[in-house]
Design a binder for this molecule. Structure first.
Ligand SMILES: O=C(O)CCC(=O)C(=O)O
Length: 345
């Protein structure tokens, strides 16, 4: 039997059993230097990779009238650890958000860079409170906050937000991690937290879109270590989990939003393309999970929700009062970043 046949068969007849056999055959064939055609081996590996790639199944489209989390969406979130809402923000809303980051000095004033250990740079700005500019309206608008509350089952507050900007060719990667791998150390006792990843630019495999292991949140928090300035999930564990919950690429259009559980394993590659990849990430915690000890992110602070129309109507692009940026010019910066490396995002 050809190795490829074996891989193809696993696709038809049952994912894990045949997949493991195929993997073993490749390893054994390689180690015994069997007269396996190189082409055959490569074809086999390509098939294997396609075979283990998961499809995104927890996907819905935003409908402006009375958008709420349905039973199915909640079940999908519980089973898969995420829901992808296509078109949560429209072109006009995204244009309004872009104005904040593109037409002001906010990135120059508050942005900072962390090397990813692979020759590229992760660049971001981070703030702890929503504020009143367009980005604040987004993190307080009902279609986002109500969705988080329905998914987590209780009142939420803004834990922090980030702009992550992966520049063409130089934008860095994020190693495999769970957000709760960081937040656990902030004395948040329960994994009742989530992140909303909003695509500002098209996010594709070529420019370093998010990659997730759907369902992996059910494994609970796994051990993380500090590697290359990031908090990284144990590699062997991630590999093992990947055989059970194969990887999916989360390709998104501007305005799409991924709501994902804080124990969902995720990563993203560097940007190897000429296309910018900017994303706005908002982290929410539940009121009932207020961190035991105050730290560098927000303690419970009531969130003043705004109607969805506020995002489009907002004309505040540059008054950032009260946002509490992580200050890259502060003398405490190194200490802050070290802290961040250890236990925050
Ligand atoms: O923006 C990305 O590609 C990933 C960001 C991320 O994983 C995070 O901030 O937790």
């Amino acid at each position: 039997m050809k190795v490829c046949d074996c891989v193809a068969k696993q696709d038809r007849d049952g994912r894990r059993y045949y997949l493991n056999i195929a993997r073993k055959i490749i390893v054994v064939a390689t180690s015994l230097s069997m007269s396996l055609h190189l082409q055959e081996l490569m074809k086999c590996q390509a098939l294997l990779q396609t075979a283990v790639m998961a499809k995104l199944t927890s996907v819905c489209s935003f409908k402006p009238e009375g958008f709420r989390v349905t039973k199915d969406m909640k079940k999908n979130f519980n089973d898969q650890g995420y829901i992808l809402v296509k078109g949560l923000f429209d072109t006009e809303e995204m244009k309004n958000l872009r104005t904040v980051f593109e037409n002001t000095d906010v990135i120059k004033d508050h942005g900072y860079t962390v090397a990813d250990g692979q020759g590229k740079n992760v660049r971001m700005l981070l703030w702890n409170h929503p504020g009143n500019d367009v980005s604040g309206q987004i993190s307080r608008c009902e279609k986002v906050v109500n969705t988080c509350e329905d998914l987590l089952g209780g009142e939420v507050y803004h834990y922090h937000s980030k702009l992550i900007y992966k520049d063409p060719f130089t934008g860095g990667s994020f190693h495999w991690h769970q957000d709760y791998g960081y937040w656990y150390h902030n004395s948040c006792l329960f994994p009742d937290m989530l992140t909303v990843f909003i695509a500002i630019d098209r996010c594709a495999q070529s420019n370093g879109c998010l990659q997730i292991l759907p369902g992996s949140h059910r494994c609970g928090r796994i051990v993380h270590d500090a590697v290359h300035g990031q908090t990284v999930a144990n590699t062997e564990r991630v590999c093992a989990i990947e055989t059970v919950y194969p990887k999916a690429y989360v390709e998104m259009d501007p305005g799409d939003a991924l709501f994902f559980h804080c124990n969902l394993l995720h990563t993203s590659s560097g940007n190897d393309s000429a296309d910018r990849r900017w994303a706005y990430l908002i982290a929410y915690n539940t009121k009932a999970n207020n961190p035991l000890v105050p730290h560098h992110h927000a303690q419970y602070t009531p969130l003043h929700k705004v109607p969805d129309s506020a995002v489009r109507e907002c004309t505040n692009y540059n008054d950032f009062t009260g946002k509490g940026f992580l200050d890259p010019t502060s003398p405490d910066r190194n200490e802050l970043l070290q802290k961040q490396t250890k236990c925050e995002k």
